[in-house]
Ligand binder design. Structure first.
Ligand SMILES: Cc1cc2nc3c(=O)[nH]c(=O)nc-3n(C[C@H](O)[C@H](O)[C@H](O)COP(=O)(O)OP(=O)(O)OC[C@H]3O[C@@H](n4cnc5c(N)ncnc54)[C@H](O)[C@@H]3O)c2cc1C
Length: 402
């Protein structure tokens, strides 16, 4: 086979876009080879709801807390406040916290005994990072993984979702965030292709325009919370890390909307992922103890003198962190449809098909959830959200049957 240089390969790929001297050119991916996409329609109807979950994200305007606080003789390394990005920043943030804990423990006296407080995304990944660095670890938590707020996450790669207020971050936040995102992305990929599919890449459709769809129902009652200026350096900092989306010609789009972009994105099948991480921790000699702490001073009663604090939104009450702001988010879960293995974004609604249910989430409503900590499910909101995206599916190109 003749050798093809990288330069000539690039020329083929960018040929359709043309080049402008001295300007960055968005690469155009040739999509002419795409057959019409045939996908299974999601049965998008309120009758299919299996549960409605509401979760409070713990958001800190200055970003996650990662400093060390002395509590008597005990040293507490904080690792909480990841907003809507906890699963997407987990491994990287926990590696930073674990390195701090290991440095505090020092090298003398064999493997250090270190405690982790909390068993959500940050607690499990902190415990595993510590084990991988050679520590003996005990997790203390009020709730086991399956019952934590982390289980109510969408399961998308969203490292910049409500993780800080752009007007409040310090100069060193951007490189720190990039380090957390890159390390997390790389570590999640070590679970790709393993039994249980806890982490997968799945197709995403980004839909805009209405084409011939029925008009949207009356607008949702928007909850009113506070506004946050989102951080906007994802592209600049993580350019080239993840697959890009590209436009699908109307003839190849399965949806009858104005425009379709298609991409491939990391997906966390959170139920399986948490189970897997917990099992991995226990298999490597970790211990989990059910315990609730009502004041930081209670940590001094633990045999471990170094503690990583991963209590999520719980840190507001436990450590009196008034900067930790609640951000309400609701998901309506439809009965699983394994044959529909994709996600989409349309009219401000995110839909993601997972083995444990189909996520239907109104992200526009979530944008206004800052300051709201009411975790009562709202059936009316769930049904209205389903109504926004339901018109997409009757006209879908179906998978051939039989
Ligand atoms: C609707 C919604 C969708 C989301 N979607 C995504 C997504 O797609 N991708 C993404 O990356 N992130 C997402 N997130 C964010 C993500 O879920 C959180 O950032 C993450 O789960 C926080 O994990 P955590 O371990 O810090 O906290 P938690 O999961 O809340 O765990 C806290 C742990 O600490 C324990 N604890 C708390 N207080 C005490 C106490 N006093 N004593 C003892 N134990 C205590 C709890 O029992 C629990 O074990 C979403 C969040 C919401 C609300």
């Amino acid at each position: 086979m003749p050798a093809v240089s990288n330069a000539s390969r690039r020329a083929v790929l960018t040929g359709l876009a043309g080049t402008v001297a001295g300007c960055a050119v968005t690469p155009t991916v040739p999509v002419t080879g795409f057959e019409p996409r045939r996908i299974s329609p999601i049965l998008m109807t309120p009758e299919r709801i299996i549960r409605i979950t509401v979760c409070t994200r713990g958001f800190r305007p200055t970003g996650p807390r990662l400093d060390v606080e002395p509590v008597g003789e005990t040293r507490v390394v904080h690792n909480y406040g990841h907003g809507g990005s906890g699963w997407s920043l987990s491994w990287g943030s926990s590696a930073i916290a674990a390195r701090k804990a290991m440095a505090l423990a020092g090298l003398a006296g064999g493997p250090p005994n270190i405690a982790v407080l909390g068993s959500g995304a940050l607690g499990l990944t902190s415990a595993l990072q510590l084990q991988r660095m050679g520590a003996r670890v005990t997790i203390y938590a009020r709730d086991r993984a399956a019952f934590t707020r982390s289980m109510r996450a969408t399961g998308s790669w969203t490292p910049d979702s409500r993780v800080a207020d752009a007007d409040r971050i310090s100069a060193d936040f951007q490189p720190l965030w990039e380090q957390m995102a890159r390390e997390t992305y790389a570590t999640h990929q070590t679970y790709l292709g393993t039994e249980g599919d806890s982490v997968v890449f799945s197709d995403r459709y980004y839909l805009s325009g209405e084409a011939d769809l029925p008009r949207p129902p009356a607008p949702l009652p928007i909850r009113t919370g506070l506004g946050v200026k989102p951080i906007r350096f994802f592209e600049a900092r993580l350019n080239g890390l993840t697959p890009r989306s590209f436009p699908l010609p109307a003839s190849a789009s399965p949806f009858a909307v104005g425009e379709t972009r298609m991409g491939s994105s990391l997906q966390f099948n959170v139920t399986e992922l948490a189970h897997r991480l917990e099992t991995e921790f226990l298999t490597h000699g970790g211990r989990i103890e059910t315990r609730t702490f009502n004041a930081p001073s209670e940590l001094t009663t633990l045999p471990e003198k170094i503690v990583i604090n991963c209590t999520g939104y719980g840190a507001r009450a436990l450590f009196g962190d008034k900067d930790l702001t609640p951000v309400r988010g609701q998901i309506a879960w439809l009965a699983p449809q394994p044959e529909a293995n994709y996600g989409l974004h349309f009219r401000g609604v995110t839909v993601l098909s997972r083995p444990d249910g189909i996520v239907v989430q109104n992200t526009r409503n979530d944008m206004n959830g800052v300051g709201l900590d009411d975790e009562t499910p709202d059936r009316e909101e769930a049904e209205a959200t389903i109504g926004l995206v339901a018109p997409l599916f009757p006209s879908i190109r179906r998978l051939p049957t039989g």
